[in-house]
Design a protein around this ligand. Structure first.
Ligand code: CUA
Length: 402
């Protein structure tokens, strides 16, 4: 098709030179789009899950199509600017164009087909992050301002074979004897291992959050009053950042994995162990032992509980003894000596003050701080369960901070 200024809009015969130019332009657009789709995603995080490959392939496909459309539109624009520019002395308007049914059909049907293909491909990828294949490791993911807590379960079957049950406290022996009994524990990190499909069961305590693990390419809203799910299979051992992707308040930015100045991991991280054995040795068994053999000294036990990250206090509070540097809530340095708060809050004594601050954080607010803290409840059926024994140990430890 050759358009001239004298007869715009009319079709002349396609000569060989024009055809070659058109083919060259089409090839440049197609290969240009493929180049964009291939090389632009270098900025993405590592592909550490089976789903990440699918998600990235879909993204690259969309990017290639988008790149082609970009090159087509920009190419036509640049070509038109040069080819149909106003020559000196030309003050004429262009001829009116009254529509072109063929052209309109083409530019409607082609995008229609593209959208349908993308919808189909996207659905396949979406379904793969939902499907239950069996054998998933179920991990509770609980979002609360401003930390993620991960909830795990174990039964008597998970205990190490060489554990001598008779050395355990009597109440734990009784619980172990019941094959139905499920022990639960919480941790601030999410632990799994390579090729183990994870079933994240997601809940929210206060406002909506969103559970996002960029390296796994999964992101799922955590909705108040509803349980949501996302499933993925890590394929690379490593440490991956977990982020909150829903603006949830002033501490939204700290609801993620951070690296402390000393290099240690703070906040929410996904730890993918190389295999199930190292997951058990490095994570599950030490955590189980803490529950099966609680330290006798409550101060030591409370310190161990807080240091383990089982409760998400580190992201909001400063406590130098444990390396915490949060600033959303009041500092806990020297909390045991802040006796002026007993009278201010109406508590009986310092132990009562700390106890109430954890069970009912809104009851008394330290001046200058908002009512933002998670409420830790005494009942296993409630969110943010903190057994009374844990709380007493934590109170004992915090009282020792003078
Ligand atoms: Cu939770 Cu943002």
């Amino acid at each position: 098709m050759s358009l001239t200024r004298q007869q715009p809009g009319t079709q002349a015969g396609v000569n060989a030179t024009t055809l070659i130019w058109l083919i060259a332009a089409a090839l440049a657009i197609i290969f240009g789009g493929i180049l964009i789709g291939t090389f632009a995603p270098v900025v993405l995080p590592p592909q550490a899950s089976a789903e990440s490959r699918q998600v990235d392939a879909l993204f690259q496909f969309m990017l290639a199509i988008g790149g082609m459309i970009f090159l087509l539109v920009q190419g036509a624009l640049v070509y038109s600017i040069i080819r149909f520019r106003a020559r000196p002395g030309d003050r004429a308007d262009g001829p009116p164009i009254r529509g072109n049914a063929t052209l309109e059909l083409v530019w409607t049907i082609i995008p229609g087909i593209i959208v349908l293909v993308l919808t189909g491909l996207a659905y396949v990828v979406y379904a793969d992050t939902r499907i239950v294949t069996g054998g998933e490791q179920q991990i509770g993911v609980h979002g609360a301002r401003y930390a993620w807590t991960f909830n795990y379960t174990f039964t008597a079957n998970d205990l190490p074979a060489d554990l001598d049950i008779s050395t355990l406290p009597v109440d734990i022996q009784t619980a172990l004897a019941d094959p139905e009994h499920v022990f639960t524990f919480s941790h601030q990190q999410m632990h799994t291992w390579v090729n183990q499909r994870v079933d994240a069961v997601i809940t929210a305590a206060d406002v909506n959050h969103a559970f996002w693990v960029p390296a796994m390419r999964v992101k799922q809203d955590a909705l108040v009053g509803r349980t949501t799910y996302v499933r993925f299979t890590p394929i690379e051992a490593g440490v991956y950042r977990i982020v909150c992707a829903e603006l949830c308040g002033s501490g939204h930015g700290v609801m993620a994995g951070e690296v402390a100045p000393d290099g240690s991991l703070v906040g929410s991280w996904l730890i993918v162990h190389p295999d199930e054995e190292s997951y058990r040795q490095e994570f599950l068994i030490p955590q189980m032992m803490k529950i099966l053999f609680p330290p006798e000294d409550p101060v030591e036990r409370g310190r161990q509980l807080l240091a383990s990250g089982q409760y998400p206090c580190a992201s909001c509070h400063t406590l130098t003894d444990l390396g915490w540097v949060g600033n959303v809530g009041p500092s806990l340095n020297g909390i045991g000596a802040r006796t002026q708060r007993v009278a201010a809050s109406g508590a009986r004594d310092m132990a009562d003050y700390i106890h109430t601050s954890i069970r009912m954080p809104g009851a008394y607010l330290v001046p200058g701080y908002g009512n933002l803290m998670t409420q830790f409840n005494p009942n296993p059926d409630q969110p943010n369960y903190m057994p009374e024994a844990d709380l007493e140990a934590i109170v004992a430890y915090l009282l020792s901070q003078q």
